[in-house]
Design a protein around this ligand. Structure first.
Ligand SMILES: [Zn+2]
Ligand SMILES: [Zn+2]
Ligand SMILES: [Zn+2]
Length: 490
């Protein structure tokens, strides 16, 4: 691979190396002990084991019991999923009402469908139907960020619900039967005035503003040049790979933490003996970066799995294109939120490692849909009540089609869950119970676990045969040597 196109990679090479150095075992232990205390996950602890750090049971667990609940360090809903589900941008619980969720989704789907029609006509006119190859490669290489095409059947028109009815669902004048059993918190707007983010409470709105969003808001309260640059960055990410939005959240949260630390530092008495301010600033930046430093990372373009449709002989050029795509995105982000004191964070090397961290940890954000629960509830009603209710609900279910059950999906980084090692015969799994209404990760025991035992989950479908498991796990950068693999390979 040729020399990096980013001048900051050379200028800040020393600082980059310090940011990317794995944390010392002591500082990692201190960090995780703190998180366990804050989350009150007293059933587990993090220890160094045979394969680096791992999560160990601190108590006995019965099958089905909750092992831990982990809050995300940073998370975002997939761009394509934003049409389907309206969720709090901080805790990712559903908001508004079942009526608003249904009305909004059908309304936005209608808009997308008519936009697609216009776009098809345009494409036919200028005859250029080929997609830009770089954009195609960037998209979908990480997890499932692919845009789901709505099935454009000819009967779509027959299924459509009129715009007036959709409006009355969205404004609350049309109430669906039994929806009171699925009540959701009212929608709170972004304090910066953008239309992109919504919250379940003022608490979530303020927490998001403080931790991430104040640097990334495109609302009227941000200055206009930043706003324009941000819009360009977001549009590029939506068009190519929405993992960039997550990377931007990591950078903005690190800058905001840095600023807080700096305030606290200079709030105290300034020591006149300090000679080198750059060192002081950088030590604060290292501290602000600490939560991110805990995640295992490699450069995105080095660790991303080669898609099946890319020939091995094109691997080098494929990886270069991924790097260039990241560089384009980084320049757009830099135009929007560059901060001189945190310049190192805007180097391509750091940007690539942040994205690689999400690639390698592959932690899905999943929240079950109250809309699906609602229609199941209606379907389960005793016959006379069901017939009566369906007079109103049926047209919406038909219009939604199979999409009625689409749930909130995104990518997140969960600090504790990311420490759980893989096993092809795991004793726990990530599983959302009925009461888990937000984006937090919940890990449930699959069988009884004894105190002192390591907690394991499967990163892949563990029912696959040995060779296929190993090949999927290679994408995570390791060869599985769990007892089952050792046995099957002997
Ligand atoms: Zn919330
Ligand atoms: Zn905003
Ligand atoms: Zn295995």
């Amino acid at each position: 691979m040729d020399v990096s196109p980013c001048p900051l990679d050379t200028e800040f090479a020393d600082q980059i190396a310090l940011l990317l150095a794995p944390p010392s075992p002591e500082s990692a232990q201190e960090y995780y002990d703190d998180i366990i205390r804050i989350r009150q996950c007293y059933g587990i602890n993090i220890k160094q084991g045979k394969f680096g750090k791992g999560v160990y049971a601190n108590a006995d667990f019965k099958a089905g019991e909750l092992v831990l609940k982990d809050q995300m360090l940073v998370a975002s809903q997939h761009s394509s999923n934003k049409i389907d589900c309206l969720v709090c941008s901080y805790c990712f619980c559903y908001i508004g009402s079942v009526e608003l969720q249904i009305g909004r989704k059908l309304y936005l789907q209608g808009l997308r469908l008519s936009a697609k029609k216009d776009c098809d006509i345009e494409t036919m006119c200028d005859g250029s139907e080929e997609e830009c190859p770089t954009e195609r490669m960037g998209r979908g290489t990480s997890n499932n960020h692919d845009y789901v095409e709505p099935c454009a059947s000819t009967s779509m028109k027959d299924k459509a619900v009129s715009e007036e009815i959709l409006a009355s669902l969205m404004n609350g004048s049309l109430v669906l039967p039994y929806s009171e059993n699925f009540s959701l918190p009212p929608v709170v707007s972004c304090p910066g005035g953008c239309e992109e983010e919504h919250y379940c409470s003022i608490l979530c709105a303020e927490a998001d503003w403080e931790a991430f969003h104040s640097l990334l808001c495109t609302g009227g309260k941000s200055d206009s040049s930043r706003r324009e640059a941000l819009v360009k960055f977001i549009e590029h990410a939506n068009r190519t790979n929405d993992i960039f939005i997550l990377a931007a959240k990591v950078i903005s949260s690190t800058i905001l933490r840095y600023k807080k630390l700096k305030m606290a530092h200079f709030g105290k008495e300034v020591q006149s003996s300090v000679l080198n301010w750059t060192d002081v600033f950088f030590s604060l930046l290292l501290e602000a970066w600490k939560p991110i430093s805990m995640g295992f990372k490699k450069r995105w373009w080095d660790c991303v799995a080669l898609p099946n449709d890319v020939d091995c002989s094109n691997e080098v050029s494929f990886r270069m294109q991924i790097r260039d795509l990241a560089y384009t995105s980084l320049q757009l982000l830099k135009d929007a939120i560059f901060d001189k004191e945190c310049a190192t964070l805007f180097s391509l090397d750091i940007y690539g490692h942040i994205i690689g961290m999400f690639e390698l940890n592959n932690l899905d954000l999943v929240v079950a849909s109250p809309v699906e629960d609602y229609f199941i509830y209606i379907d389960d009603l005793p016959s006379p009540l069901k017939i009566e209710a369906e007079k109103l609900t049926r047209p919406f279910l038909v219009a939604l089609g199979d999409d009625y059950s689409v749930y909130c999906q995104g990518t997140a980084f969960f600090p504790l869950q990311s420490c759980i090692n893989h096993s092809c015969h795991p004793n726990a799994k990530a599983f959302k119970r009925d009461e888990d209404k937000d984006g937090h990760a919940t890990i449930i025991a699959l069988r009884s676990i004894m105190e002192g035992e390591e907690i394991t989950i499967s990163y892949i479908d563990e029912d696959l045969p040995y060779e296929e498991r190993q090949s999927l796990l290679a994408d995570y950068g390791f060869k599985c040597e769990c007892p089952r693999c050792l046995e099957e390979n002997s």
